[in-house]
Design a protein around this ligand. Sequence first.
Ligand code: NCD
Ligand code: ZN
Length: 431
Amino acid sequence: MCGIVATVIIGKAFIEGRIVDNVTIEINDLGIITKISKGTFKGRFKEETFNFLKNRLLILPGAIDIHTHMRDFKESYKEDFYSGTSAAAAGGVTIVADMPNTKPKTNTLPVLEMRDKVASEKSVVDYALYYGVPNVKREIMGFERKAIGVKVYPENLFHNCREVFEELIKYVSSKNILTVFHAENPYLFKNDERPLDAEISGAVKVLELHRKYRVKAHITHVTTSYIVKLVKHKGNITIDTCPHYLLLNKEFHLKNKYFRVNPPLRSKNVQENLLKTLSLGKIDAITTDHAPHSSDEKFSEKPKPGFPGLETALPLLLTLTVKNIISLKDVVKLYSSNPAKILELHRYVGKIKEDMFANLAVVDLSEEYTVNSKTFFSKAKHSPFNGWKVRGKVKATFVRGKPVFIDGEIVSKKGYGINVKKYGGVFENVS
Ligand code: NCD
Ligand code: ZN
């Protein structure tokens, strides 16, 4: 890989599954790592140099979050691509994948075009877009030019537009396009309750579809180890869970309606089993399901489900390493290299390696701090983890070799972020 060296980053880095003490990472003007050398660098660089050695900071592969809601459009009061991707950068997240339950819905080709345009004008980190199940067949073909995959909601999985849904599933299966499922069966909801059975029934339905069409399926925000076992035993399906299902339970929700989320928080027992399953390496990825709502909406009689998560996920995961529940290697796998594989971007991101993009999260593992949601970059200035003590502070985030977030500030231009669908094109420029 050639090109002019534009940036040099020096420090302790997580490379090939372990921490290497002194490395020099040379990055070209396209943001691609051209050379990694070990040992203390003694020379001088003309290029922009970032030296993280002196503060003993650790350079990790940048996090990749495959389930977020950037809102924008008519819900810009909750979040927009600028505030949402700024929250991502502050959390060490270098790529966010955005869900299509927007207003208007991202399930037609013109809306997808519009979403890509808005995202490209406002994002500070890179982004991927999901496409929603369309209402008519003519809106199926071609979405994959701009979207990384499809998101299927419970209502798509269990009732509406059967014919279009089947056509879509056949289409994605034929092209091996990622299909992310929110697995819950709405027929099993009881008033406001969404029992575990509804989620299990949803997962069974995904398995059926997987078996029938060989769809490249991913089940998101799984809350129970039962589904992990079921899915891993019966099919080649990937799964993720979120920090809130690992660290919070129904008791929180019973005390405070703020904790409402879909799927809901489960019993303490289910939560603890899920955390154990994570520590055993049975879960493919962590996502935040970053679902920002305004404070008025969250602190009301009937709060909207979900909460922001991008600024807390990596510190919470790093805190689990301090407690020896998971390893640093697990964190990188769960929140970077496996998500890269799921999105089929592993040729470009997910590792600190020559000929890959320099998407990096620089963290201070020794710094303990208290989560203060008032300081969030997200427009949603609240969090289920507000007041929690965490260890592992994000100090800097680089996307394609450029600093995006440094010492508490967003330092890149609005619109720096690109659709990951363009990654291949950037690489073609050099080869
Ligand atoms: C999601 C949101 O707010 O977009 N909320 C959530 O609790 N996960 C929507 C949803 O998945 O129901
Ligand atoms: Zn969601």
